[in-house]
Design a binder for this molecule. Sequence first.
Ligand SMILES: [Zn+2]
Length: 512
Amino acid sequence: MSDKMDINVIPDKKLTTKYVSSLSKIYWKDEESFKKTIAALNSYGVCPRCCLRFLAIDNQSIYRSSFQWMADFLKEREETMCSNICCACLGVLQEKYCREEFRKEIIKTLMEAKYEYDSFFVAITLPVSTMMREHSIWLKLAEQDKTAFNDYRRRDLASLKDCWKWVNGDDLGESLGRKSEYSTESACFEISLNFSHKTQFRECYPLDDYFEEFRKRKSDDIVYTRSSVQRALVKLSDDRFRKLYSSPPTIPKDECTVEIQFKQDSIFVAGRYNKYSRKLSQTPWVLDSGERRTNSSVQEMLCDSIKSHFKADSFVFTSSGREDVDVKMLGEGRPFIVELINPHVTTISKSELKDITKKINTQKDIGVRDLQLALRSDTMKLKEGEEQKKKSYSAFCWSKEPITQEELDSKLSNIKDLKVNQRTPIRVLHRRTNSYRTKMIYSLEAKSINEKHFILYLTTQAGTYIKEFVHSDFGRTTPSLGSILGVECDILELNVTAVDLDWPERLGDEEK
Ligand SMILES: [Zn+2]
């Protein structure tokens, strides 16, 4: 902390060139070589802030007062300060994007978007051509002073992104009344400044001559990424680069444009749901033609109110397994988690959670309980040991011949941990490959309703095809209930009665 404080101290005396040179991480033979470098950078058309970057200075406060110092320095030498768009930063560190008006524009856009947040991180995307330009300037400097600008010093060059934050971050934070964080881990809210430039990709085209990967003509933004251009610049010899690209770089005609966006970390809400309809699918059922087969879906009925509370852009629904459209989800319900993408609201009270629960439960066919905030890592809990989980069902069955309670008991009561072999059911063959799997049925019990109808209660390994176990799917499942009872059986209705997962925490809120 104290280190950070020290480099932020604003010198109260006027900046002297001697003082500025003492901040540079570069080893200078003498003061004159330092001065010559500054004059050279100015003559290439590099702005004062970029000058400081190339001098490997990371004193944050000096970046704010750099213009005055530079003007004074050049005046002494009877030289004039370059007034063009900077050939290194393309304007990012110059007047337009570092003055109060620009910060006000960010604040105005942010206020209009109405986000809840405590601190923020500014994420900056730069035109990829700034890498070509930086490389070109570095080579030019190295040409003139090999000792000062050796490859080893390259890492000390201050980054354009950091410099923008040093100049603007604190002021922005002060105006917003929030802390400006320097690492993305420390803040859940991100202000993205996406700078782009007219010729950003065109300037990289010369790299195509040497690198195969650039010749695969996809769109430019996919081909010329920061990492691909970085790799190319490391591999390319200095002489070759000089042949491809002018050194120092040309003075740009236009400055960057910027797009301001905001992004909030996802929020997660978990719970358990019941489904009381045999006509409701878990996810929206949309045909290839775009036509909807069902009016709503479990996930929409559950998530719409949650999404609207958090004012999220969208949501991702995940549950511990799923049931077919015509299967009811009874008992304590099925655990689920909802990821709310880019929420504008980040808090929810217990009573608001209760209100949302009530609101969801006013809808026919659906019920929710145990609604609570969760973590991203909880998403794994739904998937962990998926195959080992137990599920319990009740199935309303029919037998071709009459069957008594005694017969049901005598044939089923001894069965424990029964292995069944199942081929992919015919009804799902159109969307799944034909494969073969073995699943466990842990317990079986039946209660006679009348001579040809009974209810089957069973607990099975997750992923067992229950309908097929009952009617055998033309012999594709063996053994089947029919083969065990010695009579043709079919399933009329199926309910899931329990999903064996001790998460999320049971809150004991009332049932619907
Ligand atoms: Zn610049």
